[in-house]
Design a protein around this ligand. Structure first.
Ligand code: PNW
Length: 453
């Protein structure tokens, strides 16, 4: 029997995002976001669905908080919909939008659950997209204005602020790979978007701090630990190339370095990095000191040197054949989480880390007795928590673990076909059912750890 107990005060939670759960896409004065537009156009979403209703959380948040309380969640990480607050992206503030997040956070606090808020989880106001979205610098100013309005309105309730969730997704996945809104396929646009996202982060950190002096402020990044398929130098270089694109491109500037030189050389040569993109002073602004880094980890990527000739995006993932996979086609590989956490701490001296997302899509549904026996999710969570525990033992200042997701929800381009939740959702009736993993996780939270045999 092995025991895995966590430090006293370790935070346990679950995460969601606004567009994926709220629904009510055009209610109470909400403006149109790029995800409203993207899902309403045919062909973008696997099952033709949208987040118009999603989990109807906008109307059912009190019931959902009740479920969170039953789960003994200590922390709940949610994201704020920009177009509820500032429907046209800048200017006029919609009081009803702010009121929703006031009610939500009041109810969380009443339930004894600490709210972690993220300002941006990809749902840019469509009006700003019409002006160029994250490709243009004026979007940065609009974001800072939005961050100011929200952090001021919720400062008394929210003490943990993340500016952005996964700027890699909001730039490369959205502007170059085209899988997410606005669905563009243009590396130059993606590089511009990434710089403006980082700048929006850096400029809003001091604004959040001045509105909410006792808070902790940070950012959430997703990582794909990149490993070579063999010990050959060529494969090592391929893995390093991907690491630069996915991980270092964001980490280096956030923690006081320049953009990685190998990538700026590559992007300049390819014409992806406009000469006037990075203005004097930008790098200092991006490196505004932060209190924490949120880490989202799902899988590693494995690389080899030969890249198909028609492919100009650096996506070469070749995964060990003996692997297990989730419904996303993502490899289950917990060990990389340990290595990632150690790397983040030792290479970047990050003062405090949280895991903001980690989880798996499995399609288990209620059986005849009405229970959802998602044994693979329990294994997945347990095996990743063992690696988290190892990292803490090694000295990584990890303050909490939040799983993705509190409940099944709209999985972006996959629509409702992928289920990541601890709570199963019936999208016809909006009925919620605790999966077995929810009961397992509740016990982990209550015991502050678990044992294995
Ligand atoms: C994260 N990738 O997205 C998001 O933060 C969640 O909104 C999402 O539901 C969850 O992971 C599961 O997908 C990602 O392509 C999407 O590497 C794509 C990637 C990574 C994270």
């Amino acid at each position: 029997m092995t025991q895995y107990f966590f430090p006293k005060g370790f935070r346990w939670g679950a995460s969601t995002s606004a567009y994926q759960i709220e629904g009510a896409w055009n209610e109470d004065g909400k403006g149109e976001s790029i995800w409203d537009r993207f899902t309403h156009l045919p062909g973008n979403i696997l099952d033709g669905s949208s987040g118009d209703i999603a989990c109807d959380h906008y109307h059912r948040y009190q019931d959902d908080i009740h479920l969170m309380k039953e789960l003994h969640l200590d922390v709940y990480s949610f994201t704020i919909s920009w177009t509820r607050i500032i429907p046209e992206g800048r200017g006029r503030v919609n009081q009803k939008g702010l009121d929703f997040y006031r009610r939500l956070t009041d109810s969380l606090l009443e339930a004894g659950i600490t709210p972690f808020s993220t300002l941006y989880h990809w749902d840019l106001p469509q009006t700003l997209q019409d002006e160029g979205g994250w490709q243009v610098r004026s979007t940065v100013d609009a974001f800072v204005e939005y961050a100011d309005v929200v952090s001021r309105a919720l400062a008394d309730r929210v003490k943990h602020w993340a500016t952005l969730n996964e700027p890699w997704c909001a730039s490369f996945l959205s502007y170059a790979i085209g899988e997410q809104a606005p669905g563009m396929r243009d590396m130059k646009a993606a590089v511009k978007a990434s710089h403006h996202l980082l700048l929006a982060h850096g400029l809003s950190v001091p604004v959040i701090r001045s509105n909410s002096p006792q808070c902790e402020a940070g950012i959430i990044l997703n990582f794909s630990p990149s490993e070579p398929a063999s010990l050959s130098n060529a494969d090592y270089q391929a893995a390093r190339k991907y690491d630069g694109y996915f991980n270092r491109w964001f980490l280096d500037p956030l923690f006081g370095r320049l953009y990685p030189a190998d990538k700026t050389a590559e992007y300049s040569e390819a014409g992806y990095l406009p000469q006037d993109l990075i203005k004097p002073g930008d790098m200092e602004k991006i490196a505004a000191p932060i209190d924490f880094l949120g880490v989202n980890y799902y899988n590693r990527s494995v690389h080899r040197a030969e890249i198909p000739e028609d492919q100009n995006l650096p996506q070469t993932n070749f995964v060990a054949p003996e692997s297990e996979w989730t419904d996303m086609g993502w490899e289950v590989f917990p060990q990389a989480l340990y290595r990632l956490l150690c790397r983040l701490y030792f290479e970047y001296q990050i003062p405090k880390l949280y895991i903001n997302e980690n989880g798996a899509a499995y399609s288990d549904s209620p059986d005849k007795s009405g229970s959802v026996k998602d044994v693979r999710r329990i294994q997945f969570l347990r095996d990743h928590l063992i690696q988290v525990h190892r990292a803490i033992q090694a000295g990584v200042p990890l303050a909490g673990y939040l799983t993705w997701s509190f409940m099944d929800n709209f999985e972006w381009a996959n629509g409702y076909t992928k289920r990541f939740g601890l709570v199963w959702v019936d999208y016809e009736t909006q009925k919620r059912i605790f999966k077995d993993s929810a009961f397992w996780y509740r016990k982990v939270i209550l015991d502050n750890g678990f044992t294995t045999d």
